[in-house]
Write a protein that binds this ligand. Structure first.
Ligand code: ADP
Length: 311
């Protein structure tokens, strides 16, 4: 980090990034800035463009147009400098399956002209959990252990910024929680983290998030601001017959939108909505065990709402 860059507010900066694969436009005019020391989440479903964005920012792929910098360095002109100051954990497991935990880590340390010992303090908390298995081949590790090893390898050269592409996809809920606790500790050490995830519940753990769909950012803000700006009144509905509930909800004149949310449906409603009337309507349509509750929105509700508004 240079003295000059220290004065910049943003460490990652993108202007009007476009990328197409044939006639699929994966990224459309993306512009955003990540501030020093924040955890910034790129939140969106499969195919939204997350990996494409990460590959461009980590200098592994060229954008068709637009510019991007990391710590003031240009992703095209200064690609080799950028590779030295970032840590990248790709979505697909990137480690050498036939090498052991220790060999993988040594390999990544050597590539960056460092040693495990030199930066052990950075990975200690994480590595301690997999160290007892250090002679086990990476290919034989559980998803959670692979994820910890991949994070250690991304950290071993003391990067200024970490790029984590879907680090928790396919990982069990306990390991996901532990992983986010590790990210909080890394943030406390001053490392900036750009992380992508399809799990909306992880969005609230970020300082700021960008909600991405079809290569476009629908909204960028702190998660609590996005939730506070939810423009509708939200209810959850559950009955004994979830199969026909969606069809029936869509028939009701007060229901504006409805979508499945875990074991319930979330609905937005017209002004003057009377839940007792919906209760009677559902009873008349053969439902029982009806539960209708007013609820607070989550990031997922906001995402769904934006998706509808963008259609
Ligand atoms: P995400 O990481 O959010 O799942 P991707 O960046 O992988 O999204 O993909 C964005 C879009 O680009 C998708 O429609 C995907 O099918 C398409 N895509 C990604 N990589 C390629 C490729 N190598 N060739 C053709 N299409 C691709």
């Amino acid at each position: 980090m240079t003295e000059n860059n220290n004065q910049q507010q943003s460490i990652i900066s993108c202007q009007l990034i476009n990328k197409s694969y044939g006639n699929i436009q994966a990224l459309k005019n993306l512009s955003f800035d990540v501030n020093w020391g924040e955890i910034y989440g790129i939140i969106g479903p499969d195919g939204a463009g997350k990996t494409t964005l990460f590959r461009i920012l980590t200098t592994l792929m060229l954008a068709d147009s637009g510019t991007a910098t990391v710590d003031g360095l240009d992703v095209v002109k200064d690609y080799s400098k950028i590779r030295n100051i970032i840590g990248y954990m790709p979505g697909k497991f990137s480690l050498y399956q036939d090498l052991t935990i220790e060999e993988n880590l040594k390999f990544f340390a050597t590539v960056f002209h460092t040693t495990i010992e030199e930066n052990y303090h950075l990975i200690e908390d994480i590595y301690r959990q997999i160290e007892p298995f250090k002679h086990r081949r990476a290919g034989k590790l559980s998803g959670g252990m692979k994820q910890k090893l991949a994070l250690c390898c991304a950290l071993i050269h003391k990067p200024t910024a970490l790029f984590l592409d879907e680090p928790t996809t396919g990982v069990d809920p306990v390991s996901r929680k532990e992983f986010w606790e590790m990210l909080m500790k890394l943030k406390a050490q001053g490392i900036t983290i750009l992380v992508s995830t399809p799990y909306m519940d992880e969005a609230t753990l970020c300082d700021r998030i960008a909600l991405i769909l079809n290569g476009e950012f629908m909204q960028v803000d702190a998660p609590q601001n996005i939730i506070a700006g939810f423009p509708e009144v939200l209810w959850s509905v559950q009955t004994n017959n979830m199969h026909s509930l969606l069809k029936d909800l869509r028939k009701h004149h007060s229901v504006k939108t409805s979508f499945s949310f875990g074991e319930t449906f979330h609905i937005t409603v017209e002004n003057g909505f009377a839940f007792e009337e919906l209760n009677v309507f559902l009873k008349n349509n053969g439902h029982s065990d009806i539960e209708i509750q007013s609820i607070q929105p989550t990031v997922e509700d906001c995402f769904m709402q934006l998706t509808i508004n963008n259609e």
